[in-house]
Design a protein around this ligand. Structure first.
Ligand code: SER
Length: 315
């Protein structure tokens, strides 16, 4: 039997599209989707699904043995805004799931691991523009602390035990198939739904809050390219910086107005403003470009046009 790929957290914003893309590449049966609850219709119809809690080491080990898993993508996590409300649960989910997977890789039960990190690893003392790969970090959110600790553990397991774990510091991800949940960058998805439905949006971040963002197709391509790269090329075993575009709510609303001229935006910043203020505005991703040829394809104009077109088909 051909070995399989296991996606943990397959029903989330990234997991859904990652699973569908990997199934196209490898065949449906070879990609096992798993999550604690079922996902969207397209995902559930596309191939095998298993109900699995990534924090349960025994259930995870059973699934890995049963399906002869060789690669794991660990996409289960609690994002920044929700994690501020439930710090203990966030730490437990984000760290326990990672340890469970790293330990299976250490014991050679799986060959390769993908684990997502985030721009949230950076903090208020980090240089804001073109943030370098290696710099002051000092994250100030529960989510950011879990991601930074996770990066250290990934590098440690690689250096000490030869575990082939690969990681990307995703920026805010914009997609139309599955909505994000509980993140600080979620405004950049919500705004499209509201623009089409109400021609107006109240942003929980202020007009001038610049954050790094990426269209989902770029994020999936980056993930798969990194996982296919020759291990010798990969100098970074914590997590790679990744940049595609940077914009503010004001700039995004101007891009939407080119399609919906009477679209209006209002600003009512809430607790998420402080989280966004602690993160970079743009990222220097030179190591990703040099080591495995990263290059983004979608900018603000393209992303805006696709989002309005695809979501518009539903309304
Ligand atoms: N998009 C995530 C969030 O806002 C950051 O990784 O929490």
């Amino acid at each position: 039997m051909a070995k399989t790929i296991l996606i943990l957290g397959a029903c989330g914003q990234i997991g859904t599209e990652l699973t569908l893309t990997l199934r196209n590449l490898h065949g449906s049966e070879r990609v096992i989707a798993s999550d604690i609850r079922e996902g969207g219709e397209e995902l559930m119809a596309s191939g095998p699904f298993e109900s699995l809690d990534a924090t349960d080491p025994n259930a995870l080990e059973d699934a890995v043995m049963h399906h002869e898993v060789e690669e794991v993508y660990l996409m289960a996590a609690m994002l920044s805004a929700t994690a501020e409300k439930f710090p203990d649960r966030a730490w437990h989910l984000n760290m326990t799931s990672l340890f469970n997977v790293l330990k299976l890789a250490k014991e050679k039960m799986i060959d390769k691991v993908f684990w997502p990190s985030s721009i949230a690893v950076f903090g208020p003392n980090t240089p804001k523009d073109r943030t370098p790969q290696s710099t002051i970090m000092e994250p100030s959110t529960v989510y950011g602390i879990s991601k930074q600790a996770g990066e250290r553990w990934c590098e440690y397991y690689n250096r000490k035990f030869g575990v082939d774990v690969r990681s990307l510091r995703y920026p805010g991800l914009i997609s139309w198939k599955t909505e994000p949940g509980g993140g600080t960058t979620d405004y950049a998805v919500e705004i499209f739904h509201h623009a089409l439905k109400h021609k107006s949006y109240t942003s929980f971040l202020s007009a001038g809050t610049e954050l790094p963002m990426m269209y989902m197709d770029d994020a999936i391509r980056a993930t798969i390219t990194l996982m296919r790269a020759n291990p010798e090329q990969l100098q970074v075993r914590s997590s790679y910086n990744l940049q595609a575009m940077s914009f503010t709510p004001d700039q995004l609303s101007a891009a939407i107005r080119k399609h919906i001229p009477d679209f209006r935006i209002r600003y009512e910043p809430d607790y998420r403003q402080a989280i966004a203020d602690s993160w970079p505005g743009s990222i220097d991703d030179t190591p990703a470009r040099e080591d495995w040829g990263w290059e983004p394809q979608f900018g603000l104009e393209e992303t805006t046009a696709i989002m309005l077109k695809e979501l518009g088909k539903r309304s």
